[in-house]
Design a protein around this ligand. Structure first.
Ligand code: FNR
Length: 349
């Protein structure tokens, strides 16, 4: 099957399999404050991911490009939405455009549409330094996302099963590029150990890409005959991944993603230490089912609701929200306890 048909399959199957909705955010609760000494008008949603300054913590996470005109049109529409709402945007893997230059248009449209936006380039961890440079130049990108998608490759009928020297390749890219590197998962989450390894090789930020949203095991199982459905339940939830990342030693920015659909998911992510939140499947669903204006409304609604939540917990800035107490229960509590993480550091601060 050609790469460009696969890109269209991914959109169709991501929409039809839907999110797992088991991201773990339901296990988290803010502590009510009856005396929040703050004015709603003072709430500031700006954030920083290393040297990237963003006016909103929301960004559109990597999805598409490389599937001809249809993916070019999806990227154009997403870029218009990102521009209108002032948020950042990542493109899907640009490997398709490196292998077939006629596909470059389907990615370049994003920079053409949103000339001053924060745009993230995207490649898989098989990429070489040269390929990484070309991908960044193609978009005049603000940063490069490198995705880790082991389970997807294992389930994908035509998947790549050689994961040796991944760390070394990423390390070379970090050392050679003049934009920051963000390493992301695609919905299976990240452990403390993974985050620590990535931090130790100089990665600027990790996007935990947790379990609970778009499920690439289910997507790829749709594309094969003998089902590897044991991988459908595989992964670290987004909430648990954020707790894992919080406990990693070293200096790294953390981005939340994996099943984010609302302001409360985002607020809880930030209280678990994230600096921003990536939305992929949910935004695609709104765009495809209801159109661009509906997606713009939805993003504005999430901004507005995030401000309301920040007012309720008395956090004028996202930095203050990162320090607000959270009670952790259920499976997320059990996971954290089994892993030796003392969750009272979140509830008693
Ligand atoms: C993706 N995702 C993705 N990620 C990546 O790094 N490169 C890519 O090319 C793609 N392609 C892609 C296509 C489609 C149709 C979807 C829905 C998603 C993964 C995406 O960025 C994100 O990590 C996961 O989808 C989990 O987030 P959500 O969808 O639960 O918000």
């Amino acid at each position: 099957m050609s790469r460009s048909i696969r890109k269209l399959d991914h959109i169709e199957h991501a929409l039809s399999t839907g999110p797992s909705l088991t991201h773990g955010f339901d296990d988290l609760k803010f502590i009510h404050n009856s005396l929040p000494e703050v004015n709603y008008k003072q709430i500031n949603l700006s954030t920083k991911i290393g040297e990237l300054s963003l006016s909103s913590p929301i960004f559109i996470n990597a999805m598409t490009g490389g599937g001809g005109e249809r993916t070019k049109e999806v990227n154009r529409q997403l870029a218009e939405v990102a521009k209108e709402t002032g948020i950042g945007m990542a493109v899907g893997s640009q490997m398709a455009a490196l292998r077939d230059p006629s596909q470059q248009d389907s990615f370049r449209i994003v920079r053409e549409t949103y000339p001053h936006g924060t745009i993230l380039a995207n490649l898989g961890s098989e990429a070489t330094v040269e390929q990484a440079k070309v991908a960044v130049d193609m978009l005049e990108a603000s940063a490069l996302q490198i995705h880790l998608n082991v389970i997807q490759e294992l389930v994908m009928p035509e998947g790549d099963r050689d994961f040796a020297f991944t760390i070394e390749r990423i390390e070379k890219i970090v050392a050679s590029l003049n934009v920051p590197i963000i390493v992301k998962e695609v919905g299976f989450g990240m452990s403390k150990e993974t985050v620590q390894t990535l931090t130790s090789i100089g990665v600027m930020a990790v996007d935990v890409g947790g379990y609970g949203g778009t499920n690439f095991s289910k997507v790829e199982n749709r594309r094969r005959n003998n089902q590897l459905d044991f991988f459908d339940e595989w992964g670290i939830t987004t909430a648990c991944s954020l707790i894992e990342a919080y406990h990693a030693v070293g200096d790294v920015y953390v981005i939340s993603s994996g099943g984010l659909r609302s302001a409360i998911d985002l607020a809880k992510s930030i209280a678990l230490g994230a600096s921003a939140g990536g939305f992929a499947g949910y935004f695609l669903e709104v765009l495809m089912k209801h159109g661009q204006l509906a997606l713009i409304d939805e993003i504005q609604k999430i901004h507005e609701e995030l401000r309301l939540i920040m007012t309720a917990v008395q956090a004028k800035t996202l930095f203050e929200l990162q320090k607000k107490p959270l009670i952790i229960s259920g499976d997320t509590y059990h996971w954290a306890s089994q892993r030796g993480f003392d969750v009272s550091i979140f509830s008693r601060r």
